[in-house]
Design a protein around this ligand. Structure first.
Ligand SMILES: [Zn+2]
Ligand SMILES: [Zn+2]
Length: 214
């Protein structure tokens, strides 16, 4: 099984998750968005090796800890969809817009693609490309029986409980976002647990039924 540890990081309260293969202690991070020292401490406490630092997209609140992470453990691979490469490279400019200063981020190690499988420890996850909130927005899906009894998806800022991502930032497109959600998330098993990039968890069934934006 995979054990999930959650941290809410930074001024934008991003949900950062550390997912650990219990048997091998190999792990992945999802959205190491800020507060590197807290993330580092969690990794040390759990005694894990972080293979991938996965990012649902490249907005500042989802990538702010990569610099620290990469300096600490250069072997950790930073993964992003190519559609968000420009936004990623412009972290300093993103920060200026919100009055936060950053150093330029280290290069992306691996560009992930729709339906690509990534493996860590004895487990694997699938990438789902869900453009709309940003061009390279992705979700990460785990099969039933790995992170819980039901399937699980990490939805970034694409889908929230009773809401969807904003589309007024770089490359945002609301029609495309709704299309992505309907075709690639609501089509998943309705029992699927959804862990958004901000706020509480939900399920595919609940959002299909109640989300006023869909
Ligand atoms: Zn975002
Ligand atoms: Zn966000």
């Amino acid at each position: 099984m995979i054990r999930k540890h959650g941290l809410v990081v930074g001024p934008f309260q991003c949900n950062c998750s550390l997912l650990v293969c219990e048997k091998t202690k190999e792990a992945v991070l999802i959205d190491a968005g800020d507060e590197f020292e807290r993330i580092k401490k969690l990794c040390e406490t759990q005694g894990v090796t972080v293979k991938y630092s996965l990012h649902t997209h490249a907005h500042l609140d989802h990538i702010g800890a990569v610099e620290g992470l990469k300096k600490w453990k250069p072997e950790t691979r930073i993964c992003l969809h190519r559609g968000d490469e420009d936004i990623y490279k412009n972290l300093v400019m993103q920060g200026q817009l919100f009055g936060i200063s950053y150093n330029p981020p280290p290069p992306v190690d691996q560009f992930v693609e729709h339906e690509e499988t990534l493996r860590f420890g004895e487990h694997e996850l699938k990438v789902i490309h869900t453009p709309g909130h940003s061009p390279g927005g992705v979700c990460f899906r785990f099969e039933a029986g790995t992170l819980g009894e039901t399937p699980t998806v990490f939805s970034g800022d694409t889908l929230f409980q009773s809401s969807i991502g904003r589309t007024d930032l770089w490359g945002g497109d609301q029609r495309q976002l709704v299309k992505s959600i309907k075709e690639r998330l609501l089509s998943l098993d309705e029992e699927t647990q959804v862990f958004p990039g901000h706020g509480p968890a939900t399920t595919v069934a609940a959002e299909a039924r109640d989300n006023p934006f869909l």
